[in-house]
Design a protein around this ligand. Structure first.
Ligand code: ASP
Length: 343
């Protein structure tokens, strides 16, 4: 599908992956339907104005509720961007909100050297419904993608442009559904789009590289008061390449009864990369600040600093997919490679 606007050279590719924005109401609830979004887009006058950037639509198959997204879909989105990179000034990915922050994080690592905007967006209310937030999210995302200022993987929602690998879904039903609590917004869309230029990644040179992900066996474990770590011992084998521990505050875990430490030591001995993230949306992990975290450090865990769990998961996939050795992966988990953590 292509818009007939020969006078406008700026062309954006919309990649439709599924999600609420393009869903149709059926007897079984909202579901993505092939070809339905293309029809919806025809009914939005702004998308067809002469002063609007040109765009093409690429629909993935099958369209998915983003809860069903996995590494293969991330790879496909990355591949499409890589293959069509030279033909477009920017890319807008329509995506379900549930796992949008994971996909944004994954693409930020997968697309090395990105020098054009890649913006994920979606909506809480389908485009076909009254009061849909999808219209502004889509129109603004295309405009921002065509401007070529924020040349990184970002996420646009409710008038905010966020760094993709810093974003989190904050509300299951509010229209202000995303934020990046540990990083400033990249732009605010008011009457005009105001970019926060110092917060943007520098435009990279050297061309785009595409690093598809492998299906690396990794896990996430959220710590809670009274956790019986022994229950998790069986998963800490050499089969587990990496694990993200979601700890309290600055990286703390319960000490004493039901001790985690022997299990962490076992995981470490079997070569698992243990990354410590915080359950707090903002602030940073500081291993060793408290006695309750220094044991993790001693056991060989690495600090995820202010990385979101979403970014830590995607980064583990990425680094293992590159085939790096464990020591390099551990070192790189603590280093900033795509704007995902504060140096
Ligand atoms: N379950 C939907 C999805 O993530 C929710 C949404 O799009 O808002 O695909």
């Amino acid at each position: 599908m292509q818009k007939n606007n020969p006078h406008n050279e700026k062309r954006v590719l919309i990649i439709h992956t599924g999600g609420t924005i393009g869903m149709k109401k059926t007897e079984k609830g909202y579901t993505p339907v092939k070809g339905y979004l293309a029809e919806e887009l025809k009914t939005i006058p702004d998308l067809n104005r002469a002063d609007f950037p040109s765009w093409d639509l690429y629909e993935m198959s099958p369209l998915l509720d983003s809860s069903n997204m996995s590494v293969s879909e991330w790879n496909e989105i990355g591949r499409v961007i890589y293959e069509k990179y030279d033909s477009y000034c920017g890319f807008v990915i329509l995506h379900g909100t549930d796992t949008m922050a994971y996909t944004a994080s994954a693409l930020s690592f997968m697309l090395e050297g990105l020098a054009k905007p890649v913006i994920l967006t979606g909506s809480q209310i389908p485009l076909s419904e009254l009061r849909s937030d999808g219209r502004d999210n889509l129109i603004s995302s295309i405009l921002i993608a065509s401007e070529g200022v924020a040349c990184e993987v970002s996420l646009y929602f409710s008038a905010r442009l966020l760094r993709g690998n810093r974003s989190m879904k904050m509300s299951a039903d509010g229209l202000v559904a995303f934020d990046s609590p540990s990083y400033p917004h990249l732009a605010e869309a008011g009457i005009t789009v105001k970019y926060n230029l110092p917060a943007l990644l520098e435009k990279r040179e050297g061309g785009l590289k595409y690093h598809p992900f492998a299906k690396v066996p990794i896990g996430v474990l959220k710590v809670f008061p009274g956790i019986q770590f022994g229950l998790f011992e069986d998963i800490m084998t050499e089969k587990l390449s990496g694990i993200v521990l979601e700890t309290f505050g600055a990286g703390n875990i319960p000490m004493g009864e039901g001790d985690l430490l022997p299990i962490i030591k076992k995981a470490f001995a079997s070569g698992t990369v243990i990354t410590v993230c915080s359950q707090c949306p903002s602030g940073t992990v500081s291993l060793g600040a408290y006695e309750t975290s220094s044991q993790l450090k001693r056991a060989g865990a690495v600090s995820g600093r202010d990385m979101t769990t979403e970014a830590a998961v995607a980064k583990l996939y990425h680094l293992f997919s590159l085939g790096l050795d464990k020591e390099t992966i551990k070192r790189m988990m603590e280093e900033d490679i795509a704007g995902e953590l504060t140096k």
